[in-house]
Design a protein around this ligand. Structure first.
Ligand SMILES: [Fe+2]
Length: 406
């Protein structure tokens, strides 16, 4: 019997034709999930968890147009996962976190990026820098798939797959993200590009940490991903309206979800900022607006949250309120077409009636590196070459401060 098990495990290793690196994602109730995408359904590989074989199983049902994903739940307390030459450390505490968002190459009607030009679409370089930063955790704040339409006739640089299918997900996320995928466990937030009307199948099948239901939900239940003493609430705002008009039913939904996290989390990760400075063109003034979950936040007033991490705006923003409102980080600068708004400080202004004590806003490609210090978490905004552009200290405290490095 033992020989048979050994031979079948060995055969599974040999057969595995994996299309992506193995990645680990954090899920509800302390779950750590190892996943990998394979060529055919019978190729789910056997990994090693702390040196012991860990068999992955097919994630079902496999949607039409998608390559199969395999999954294994890590035994509690697993410290490392190995497959081939790649080993992923599963940390027991967090000291370094990379935050990135809005990463795909925009190809939608006439609004396009040259996906084959790393200057114009640098997500691959950003992912390599994330790996080099040796994070304990990577947080993606949503919006993975931007290749929604075929490359227009006569346009250059954007030929390739499009739509909610494996080839487009591979081109827009899995291939460029590869260096960072195995660098550390991930938390994935759902963006509006993964809403029910857009690329939700790839989201729910590949990235959502719950079991796959074979269809797309409008909302997901919030959950708490905890590592060591840091409790991170993950909120799905993918289906939130984007028109800045009142949506009472949506406000009730988000208030209900936020109430479930109240008093139980230190940070909240979602796609839509709760607070943000808008932009419409190069000449428009900075305009503070409440983001999509804002009415729900006002109704629920969740307690104990020190920092909200979001994306959606294609730039970097940090808004430190320094009061009883959490500070807001926006990390939507991971690769998709940047906002046109010129860089501007926002300290001293007000947002939704509260003064901004420390703030930065800059539309440049990169990611945010958070690191734990003696008196709170500090951040560095790093560009696609790894250069530090600005720093903010104590971003989870009532006394944040930011400083440009240029
Ligand atoms: Fe978005």
């Amino acid at each position: 019997m033992k020989i048979f098990v050994f031979i079948s495990l060995f055969a599974a290793c040999l057969q595995a034709n994996v299309l992506t690196p193995v990645w680990i994602e954090l899920g509800p109730d302390g779950a750590r999930l190892a996943r990998v995408i394979v060529d055919t359904p019978n190729e789910c590989p056997v990994l090693k968890a702390d040196g012991k074989p860990l068999r992955t199983a097919l994630r079902t049902p496999v949607p039409d147009g998608f390559k199969p994903a395999c999954e294994a739940k890590l035994p509690e307390g697993t410290k490392s996962v190995k497959f081939g030459r790649i080993s992923i450390h599963v940390p027991a505490a967090l000291n370094n976190i990379a935050v990135v968002g809005d990463t795909g190459c925009r190809v939608k009607k006439e609004s396009i990026q040259a996906c084959d030009d790393p200057e114009q679409w640098p997500f691959g370089a950003v992912a390599a820098q994330i790996a080099r930063s040796k994070p304990d955790l990577v947080i993606h704040v949503g919006d993975y798939l931007y290749r929604e339409s075929p490359c227009p006739e006569g346009a250059s640089g954007c030929r390739g797959p499009s739509g909610d299918n494996w080839l487009a997900w591979q081109a827009d996320f899995f291939q460029p993200a590869a260096p960072a995928l195995s660098a550390a466990p991930w938390i994935f937030a759902r963006g509006n590009h993964e809403s029910k009307r857009r690329s939700c199948v790839g989201w729910f099948y590949y990235l959502d940490p719950q079991s796959y239901a074979g269809n797309c939900a409008e909302y997901s239940e919030p959950y708490i991903a905890q590592v060591g003493d840091l409790r991170i609430g993950v909120l799905d705002t993918g289906g939130a309206a984007d028109d800045r008009k009142p949506h009472p039913a949506e406000a009730v939904e988000f208030a209900d979800q936020l109430a479930k996290l109240s008093g139980k989390v230190d940070w909240i990760v979602d796609h839509h900022p709760v607070w943000q400075y808008s932009y419409t063109s190069e000449k428009s003034p900075l305009t503070p607006i409440g983001g999509a979950p804002f009415p729900g936040w006002q109704a629920a007033k969740p307690e104990g949250v020190k920092l909200v991490l979001s994306g959606h705006l294609h730039l970097f923003e940090f808004i430190g309120f320094g009061g009883d409102r959490p500070n807001q980080l926006i990390a939507g600068d991971g690769g998709t077409q940047l906002e046109v708004r010129i860089a501007d400080r926002n300290a001293g202004e007000t947002d939704s009636g509260m003064a901004v004590k420390a703030g930065e806003l800059t539309p440049r490609f990169g990611f945010t590196h958070l690191h734990r210090a003696a008196n709170g978490w500090n951040l560095e905004l790093r560009n696609a070459a790894g250069k530090v552009l600005l720093t903010c200290d104590r971003v989870d405290q009532p006394s944040p401060s930011c400083k440009s490095q240029q």
